[in-house]
Design a protein around this ligand. Structure first.
Ligand SMILES: Nc1ncnc2c1ncn2[C@@H]1O[C@H](COP(=O)(O)OP(=O)(O)OP(=O)(O)O)[C@@H](O)[C@H]1O
Ligand SMILES: O=C(O)CCCC[C@@H]1SC[C@@H]2NC(=O)N[C@@H]21
Length: 323
């Protein structure tokens, strides 16, 4: 996203999408309903490598007084967890977490789809309301989330991940970079009462023959030591709570929160020659030399210009040394 200019992943702007109320009528964030248990959407749990999540256990571990997470629900299936939380952004308090075992209409950046088999990964959204942070800085939320997701995964699954600007999560499979996760942040609800819904999709046990696109990967394909989704989700939400707390305490300043340096350390795009495909069709090729205070990727082009890129797609071309 840009952090500040990509309308499809820009918490500084309203998504303007109709919300999908979801298909699990009985269990919404804050409802306190139990774990998904006996009613898997597909009607079969034949895949023993993909057990369902236990919402009670997750709630006990993560929802506590004084903490960020105020509710946590797991639904067997829905359209899109982002749409569901967005529809309730005004009424829900900050810190609602909605996890789906399966989504039928999951969305990615730039109007793309996200698709993955039931329980093959983690598909969830969180509602954040950083009211005390100037809205121009909300663009850091998806980048912050990327840092948290990468840290949580490395700690629990033992897989090294890298962030492709702005917030694709890359793993290495057979020497090739593959996308194992993505983040979609959207402004939701009213100016006074809403906030930002941040949606996260991570492919955990996705197998080679199930990959939705050739460039996709999963933690399992990248040699994860553990593929139990529960500890990965806990670790990601704890890291997210920690980074969000630091960023908020710093008034949203990514430098003071040490977020800018953490992002740069985990970002595979920096130091590469890339092609940025900007909205409107213009391409810029250059070496990615920095991520600025607004979260934009700064490209050093051949004619000596430093061009900040705030939105669009980035294609990794080659290491800068090979330029
Ligand atoms: N489970 C998934 N894992 C990884 N990528 C996925 C998954 N589901 C859908 N995708 C999508 O597949 C596409 C692959 O990413 P890539 O960067 O190659 O896009 P692309 O080929 O430019 O997309 P498009 O065909 O929409 O232009 C992305 O749009 C990504 O969101
Ligand atoms: O790669 C991307 O462009 C972002 C993908 C985000 C997918 C997640 S899955 C949970 C949440 N619900 C959605 O509809 N999208 C996000």
């Amino acid at each position: 996203m840009t952090p500040s200019h990509d309308s499809s992943n820009d918490p500084g702007r309203d998504s303007g999408r109709g919300a999908d109320p979801g298909s699990d009528r009985g269990s919404g964030p804050g409802s306190g309903r139990g774990p998904v248990g006996g009613t898997p959407s597909s009607g079969r749990w034949s895949d023993l490598g993909r057990p369902p999540l236990d919402a009670h256990a997750l709630r006990r571990a993560l929802v506590r007084d004084g903490g960020l997470w105020t509710s946590l629900d797991v639904v067997p299936t829905t359209g899109s967890t982002n749409s569901d939380l967005a529809a309730r952004a005004d009424e829900l308090p900050e810190g609602a977490v909605l996890v789906a075992e399966e989504q039928s209409a999951a969305r990615g950046r730039l109007d793309r789809r996200w698709s993955a088999p039931a329980r093959s990964g983690l598909f969830f959204s969180v509602l954040l309301k950083p009211d005390d942070v100037p809205v121009e800085r909300w663009g850091w939320l998806p980048l912050l989330t990327g840092v948290a997701v990468a840290a949580g995964i490395s700690r629990t699954a033992g897989v090294d991940t890298a962030l492709k600007w702005p917030n694709d999560l890359l793993v290495t499979v057979g020497g090739e970079e593959r996308k194992a996760g993505g983040i979609l942040a959207e402004r939701a609800g009213s100016v006074g009462g809403g906030g930002v819904v941040v949606g996260i999709g991570v492919n955990v046990t996705l197998r080679a023959e199930e990959l939705p696109v050739p460039g996709a990967g999963s933690l399992a394909l990248a040699g994860a030591v553990h593929t139990d989704r529960d500890p990965v989700l806990r670790a990601v939400l704890r890291e997210l709570e920690r980074w969000y707390g630091e960023w908020r305490a710093a008034g949203g300043d990514p430098g003071a929160a040490r977020l800018q340096e953490a992002y740069a350390a985990g970002c595979a795009t920096l130091g590469r020659v890339v092609r940025a495909e900007l909205p409107g069709g213009r391409d810029v090729v250059g070496e990615a030399v920095a991520v600025d205070g607004d979260g934009r990727l700064v490209l050093a082009t051949e004619d000596g210009v430093r061009e900040p890129v705030g939105a669009g797609d980035v294609v990794h071309l080659r290491p800068a040394s090979g330029a």
